[in-house]
Design a protein around this ligand. Structure first.
Ligand code: FUL
Length: 473
């Protein structure tokens, strides 16, 4: 009897073990939803497309904007087939030309031959996105090389009027992009001069953020000193092999290294976004038709962004006819298929899991392959490391391991390594890159190995481990 009571008390104690305390910073629910999107598309389209430019000066006539066969449904359907979860459109680029019928400036689509001035591409794309189950976001360049009052207080009001229109008339936005470029020279209503501003203070970003969030409470803010996500610091398609979501609040002065890798001691949760174009340029140039990134290059970009705890924002420069070019479309769709095939069958789903330390039954090692993202394996408070092993029924060949932390309680892991066991013989698995942070998701690639058992050694962590998911392919 005594023994039974003792066992019952012990079991009760075990199942009531307290969850680890959060290690700040932690994500908001909206940031976490955004991280789960993983891949979404950028569309660069505008006057630059028709004038073969990257950075229009702001003086090209609106009459040159003339897509003959524009089809936003073709964009949305293509992007959906490429696995994209949303689309961000350049509603206005640095040349100041607006793709919607704005009241803030005459330099807009209503003055172009497109649909005899009755077109509105922000509307057409936002509708097409909704029909195709894609989220929609907007890029509206703060720098405006057309506007005569740029760098004076009056332009700030014009810019806020644009934000106002874009955030009220096109449904819920998942992200608003404030680009960081403020190059200086421009047309500026005929002045043709160089103007400079203080990028962190001139635009009144606090007010801009308030406007966006008041109407789009789930939206992420990219850019400016009040961003809720961070630029990764390059436009080449990679995050650091070490990549913390923790970072200081990013301003125009922030060191690029912090953009790329975050900062373990940062007090803000600012997950990285990797923006890169499928072609060398952001806008369409016919002479880049032979330079579209190959399926393999796109896969590398995926592993170096999503596989390193970042979101991938992949740009598609819409072509002169108003469609995504067939080469870009074919490569993107193939890339999506290739990644889905590579990460298709989880070899660990039936494996027997064991760990050297468990924080009671509610946080047992088996939580990492229970198919439930809301449960996690956690270690004791005085155990900021841990070893977990997976025993298979029969030998399997693997070349990818995916790990996810339960980031609701903060990002923790600082370094880890992998070993395999075959016929009782242990060997180190040699990945293609150093293994440090994990975060929301880390995918490790290595040459195929045959194993009976996989062991992951988490060597260092900011606190007890909280691992929600581990898979292998
Ligand atoms: C940069 C811009 O200057 C490029 O033209 C492009 O829009 C890219 C996404 O951001 O800062």
């Amino acid at each position: 009897m005594k023994n039974i009571i003792l066992i019952t008390i012990t079991l009760a104690l075990f199942s009531c073990t307290k969850a680890p305390e959060p290690l700040y910073p932690v994500p908001t629910a909206e940031q976490l939803e955004w991280q789960k999107m993983e891949t979404y598309a950028f569309i660069h389209f505008g006057l630059n497309t028709f004038n073969d430019m990257e950075w229009g000066y702001g003086d090209t006539p609106a009459s040159t904007f003339n897509p003959t066969d524009l089809d936003c449904h073709q964009w949305a359907a293509t992007l959906k087939n490429a696995g994209m979860k949303g689309v961000i459109l350049t509603a206005k680029h640095h040349d100041g030309f607006c793709l919607w019928t704005t009241k803030s400036t005459d330099y807009n689509i209503s003055k172009s031959p497109y649909k005899n001035g009755a077109g509105d591409i922000v509307r057409e794309l936002s509708d097409a996105c909704r029909k195709n189950g894609l989220k929609f976001g907007i890029y509206c360049s703060p720098w405006d090389r057309n506007n005569a009052r740029y760098a004076y207080p009056e332009y700030v009001d014009t810019y806020h009027q644009q934000i106002d229109e874009l955030t009220s008339n096109y449904g819920q936005l998942f992200e608003f992009w404030f680009d960081g470029a403020n190059g200086g020279d421009g047309y500026y209503g005929g002045a043709n001069e160089t103007r400079s501003i203080d990028p962190d203070n001139y635009y009144d970003y606090q007010r801009a953020k308030d406007t966006v969030l008041a109407r789009n409470p789930n939206a992420m803010i990219f850019g400016g000193p009040y961003g809720t996500v961070r630029w990764v610091g390059n436009e080449k398609g990679f995050a650091g092999t070490t990549n913390w979501c923790n970072a200081p609040q990013i301003t125009s002065q922030t060191d690029l290294e912090i953009n790329t890798s975050g900062d373990e001691n940062g007090t803000e949760w600012l997950p990285a976004e990797v923006d890169v174009s499928i072609r060398p340029g952001w806008f369409y140039h016919q002479n880049e038709d032979s330079k579209v990134k190959s399926v393999d290059e796109l896969c590398d970009i995926y592993y170096q962004s999503v596989g390193r705890n970042a979101n991938l924002l992949l740009n598609f420069p819409v072509a002169l006819d108003g469609k995504i070019h067939p080469i870009d479309s074919a490569n993107a769709v193939e890339f999506c298929k290739k990644i889905s095939n590579e990460l298709n069958y989880n070899l660990l789903s039936d494996a027997k899991v064991k760990a050297d330390n468990e924080r009671g039954r509610s946080f047992s090692a088996s939580k990492v392959n229970d198919n439930n993202p809301d449960t996690y394996w956690a270690t004791d408070d005085d155990y900021p490391y841990g070893t977990i092993s997976f025993s298979m029924d029969k030998p399997v060949v693997m070349s990818r391991v995916m790990i996810q932390e339960y980031v609701q309680l903060g990002q923790r892991v600082k370094s880890f390594y992998l070993e395999g066991e075959k016929n009782g013989r242990w060997f180190r698995i040699n990945p293609e890159e150093p293994l440090t942070t994990v975060g929301y998701k880390r995918i490790v690639r290595f040459e195929p190995v045959e194993v009976d058992k996989l062991i992951i050694y988490f060597e260092e962590s900011r606190g007890p481990l909280c691992i929600s998911n581990i898979e292998a392919y």
